[in-house]
Design a protein around this ligand. Sequence first.
Ligand code: ASP
Length: 622
Amino acid sequence: MIPNDYRSLHCNAIRAEHIGQNVTLSGWVNSARDHGGVIFVDLRDREGLTQVVFRPEENADVATASHELRDEDVIQVTGRVEKRLTGTENTKLGTGEVEVVCTVLKVLNKSDVLPFHLDRELSNEDMRMKYRYLDLRRERMNKNIRQRHKITTAARNYLDGEGFIEVETPILSNPTPEGARDFLVPARLSPSKFFALPQAPQQYKQLLMVAGLERYFQIARCFRDEDLRADRQPEFTQIDIEASFIQQNDIINLVEGLLKSMFKAGQGVDIPLPFQRMTYQEAMDRYGVDKPDTRYGNEIVDMADVFAASGFKIFRTTLENGGVVRAINAKGFAGITTGQMIRLNELAIQAGMKVKQLAFIKVERNAEGVLEYKSPLWKFFGEEEQKALIAKLGVEENDIVFFYAGSWDDACNILGKVRTEIATMMDLTKDSTALNFLWVVDFPLLAYSPEDQSWVAVHHPFTRPKAEDVPLLDAGEYGKVRAEAYDVVLNGYELGGGSIRIHESDLQAKMFGVLGVSPEEQQIKFRHILEAFKFGAPPHGGLALGLDRIAMLVAGENSIREVIAFPKNNKACDLMTDSPTNVEFKQLRELYVQSTWKEKKKEDAAPAAASAASVDPIPTGP
Ligand code: ASP
């Protein structure tokens, strides 16, 4: 910090070596205490606290004025650094050995009483959002925002060091399909037309590769109009990367180095490289998800060999009909409560389970000391089958095994959710400091969407099919085609994902065709990219990392709202500025836009824009 008229030091800088010196500090009154007429103020700036004492014998006027100081007043003090009286030191503070005896006090701004205390956690999140600028004064939020800055800076430096060039791409742009709903912006100068806010700078970054830039990155703001969850926001930030003349391994190595530098900067830890790699198939088979949390076991086990000739008909026929029988041994969870069992079944039903209850075997010792296999199924299994089951799942006393028989997709989805819920119920990751990074590779290129009755891109339409699987694409075996796509995962969170791209115009057109985009539509929506790929497009690929999510994990928070300065709440509103907001009819008219929204059954409560529109129709042309 460069000293100026407001401050010679910041509030966390004064140490014993300054004793006897005169200093000037500026900041907020963190607290003011009256000790028998002597006022003690903890003065706070963003770096920390210094105790300031106002003694009448030092400066009577200043001491009198100090009685008026209230929490969060902004003041400037000048005074002499003294050693605190023996026994009154505060070992928890960096400045705890010393205090400043004030000789000059300037009140820079008085504060009203705050709507909430800054030194206590507040469960009312709306209140925190409404007064976000106060919420951000808290130590925890200050730390989170600064830690985010550190990891972003580390990312910039690392990528710069690797020869990447930071380029800004447009916010007002063309829709790019990333699988979410677009935010649209009416284009006043092109009546009836709209810009889309970028869901990701995907097409621009690929066009920068065609432009010969070779190595691009951007700390890019992205916009997706989705329903919100704790780790989603309508606008969020990606570290967006693209490079030419590279292959999957190059991107993986680069991103491992990048994440290492970010975690070093944020947490001071050295994460070991390389990360584990796992195919999509393996991740789904073992964990039921494509972003497995490997900090705990309870893996999904395929029981086909055990039950192929089972006396339990449901298992046998499921297998005969091409389905799967899979199980999870929840070690040490035989003491599951009735409430927990109900919750697990509810979860399984939500995930697609057709029956009301998960089949289970609970292994407990009875009063006579005999091990019992408590289960409605146990009696249907032959002795050999029972032995094989125990051996395969490593079943021991106090375990509970859950089964699912059905399609592979359902088994993954249901048991994957059951697995993570059991981990939550058993507190398996509580207080864990493990950082289990891994790569999931070999994703499928396409998935069939029953709602759309068409094939959709699992990643996005610009993702390259694996060369050896192109014949499958040609043969129409879309479900079997694997992509040159990869995701990086940490403790069950997807940190980012990317792919090697298609760089040939004809292959890109073929891919659009498979996705049901007609040649005419391709020309309207993607002419620029199809054309660009005809003018010498280099092989290229990239990835994007979710910066908010990484910052959240580095900070040990549970919601990305805690690492974003001004986030939206769970209804996608900014309560501080009260946005989104109604706009004047005149503004809408300039944009040739009319709201069709009507409040249900409450005619008199229609918003200004909608009611205005009904009396004054919108003109039809410029
Ligand atoms: N655009 C992709 C996304 O936002 C990332 C990438 O493929 O580079 O997920």
